[in-house]
Ligand binder design. Structure first.
Ligand SMILES: [Zn+2]
Length: 368
């Protein structure tokens, strides 16, 4: 979705923030059942995931989904038609609506997530770095055996999706948890913190974040890598010092800065008109909004004003006003980007509840 269609997204956010819960579109289990039942639809053999050989992204058989219904009865030809007349599409012949795409239930890169060991490390350290027990890590990497050390360059499996138990974001961002969180995969256009126990999110969060980061990198290959801070723990819940980040939908991301960032420099750097790379930061924010999965972004008002000026170069002012609270004089309009104290050195992105996550609560709640 391009930004031209930002208005419906803003409207959606309005509904969401108003306290109403987003209605799920379809439980993901439907898609899963279908995926396993359909001949010709690729399924991922999780048992073959091995330590040193990353599983290639599975390909989906191009056979039409409706073919799985079974052999079609011979179509009745219209009167006067010959055998070679064009036949109606089979779903029409069966009186069925074409099936919708199966979306997040399809096998994809998030079914098996790898991580490449950067330097020779003890196995228990790697496990703890990913918020899991050493036994869990060994179970995910059966060919690994029981080594004490893992060599640099080893591609470890750090997550395998259990299709019978999809990831669930439960409760509110500030009073909830996450079931079977998915870790953010590594990639060329972003940099994760070395310490990873808080790199887990819901499938929607991780998927949308990946899409936005890849769009940012593809549009501008010379752009500096995005610095990704904390998401949630594998099972969510409280993480200091955050109030939210509990249900796999919140992500902290550094602004894109001008000039190189020193190796020993703090992970976050306060953005100023001088050091902020405004066009690139706006390009990334735009890529996030384009996913259609963003519920809210918290950015300091001062930085919002710089980004809004950039946004006006390509968007009409009324659309810019729907995006940034800092340039919107109507307090009744709930903009997608809002000011919140403490966001001068990073932005905080909150993604929407995932369809089928029936216990996901859109907005934060008062805590006792
Ligand atoms: Zn945050």
């Amino acid at each position: 979705m391009r930004l031209r269609s930002i208005v419906p997204v803003a409207a959606l956010a309005l509904v969401a923030i108003g306290g109403a819960r987003l209605e799920p579109v379809a439980p993901p289990t439907e898609g899963i059942a279908l995926a396993t039942a359909l001949p010709g639809v690729a399924t991922l053999s999780l048992a073959t995931a091995s330590a040193a050989t990353p599983v290639a992204a599975p390909t989906i058989d191009a056979a039409p989904v409706f073919a799985a219904v079974g052999p079609l009865p011979p179509p009745e030809l219209p009167a006067g038609a010959t055998e070679h007349a064009e036949l109606p599409p089979p779903e029409e012949a069966l009186g069925l609506e074409a099936l919708p795409p199966m979306g997040p239930s399809l096998p994809d890169e998030l079914d098996v997530v790898h991580w490449t060991v950067q330097q020779r490390t003890r196995l228990d350290e790697v496990a703890s770095n990913w918020g899991m027990w050493p036994e869990e890590l060994r179970e995910l990497n059966p060919t690994l055996g029981e080594p004490e050390w893992i060599e640099a360059g080893t591609a470890l499996v750090v997550h395998v999706t259990d299709r019978r138990k999809p990831t669930q974001s439960v409760g509110a961002p500030n009073k909830g948890h996450l079931l079977r969180g998915i870790p953010l995969p590594e990639g060329p256009h972003w940099q994760l913190r070395d310490h990873r126990p808080r790199a887990y999110g819901s499938r929607t969060t991780v998927r949308a974040l990946l899409d936005a980061m890849r769009a940012y990198g593809a549009a501008d290959p010379q752009a500096p890598a995005l610095r990704i801070g904390e998401l949630s723990r594998r099972s969510g819940g409280r993480i200091e010092p955050h109030v939210s980040h509990r249900s796999g939908r919140d992500v902290d991301i550094g602004y894109v800065m001008r000039g190189p960032i020193g190796k020993d420099e703090r992970f976050w750097r306060t953005a100023t008109p001088k050091n902020l790379d405004v066009p690139r930061t706006w390009a990334f924010v735009q890529a996030l909004l384009d996913t259609g999965e963003v519920q809210q972004i918290f950015i300091s008002s001062k930085i919002q004003k710089l980004l809004a000026r950039e946004a006006r170069k390509s968007l009409p002012p009324e659309q810019v006003a729907l995006i940034f609270s800092a340039v919107n004089r109507d307090p009744t309009i709930h903009t997608l980007i809002r000011h919140e104290h403490g966001h001068r050195d990073h932005m905080h992105v909150r993604f929407v509840c995932e369809p089928g996550n029936l216990r996901c609560r859109t907005s934060s709640v008062d805590r006792d």
